[in-house]
Design a protein around this ligand. Sequence first.
Ligand code: ZN
Length: 150
Amino acid sequence: MDTPQLSSLYQQLILEHYRNPRNKAELKEKTVEIHMANPVCGDEIRLQLRIEGDHIAEAKFVGQGCSISQAAISMMTTLLQGRKLDEADALAKRFTEMMHGDEDASKDKALGDLRALKGVSKFPVRIKCALLGFDALQEALKKDGAGETH
Ligand code: ZN
């Protein structure tokens, strides 16, 4: 599918992550893995995390799909390395708010390169593409928390 019309600077950043995805590899020492698909677009990812105690020691993914889904998860994994679990959860919520049109969220520097995806929020069918990685992350955090006592 074509990339929606975004500002050219943001579009370049998205294509750069799509062509040179960060952290795209199998993570051997993973403690949790979530498979997530977006059949409407044909996007498919497996998010793999190594969670140690209260933080994400390492985040990697494998997958295929459109530039938006793959760039979003590449950007997301760069932000997750070494991140506390509650911070990761907050990032997922913040990004979801941005994709649903929240202007404050789109100015939040905590989102880093992910802010390049703001323009995608104007294209309802592509929002799911952008959210795929964070949907997987939220599932992973739920799964990890399930067996633990805090
Ligand atoms: Zn897609």
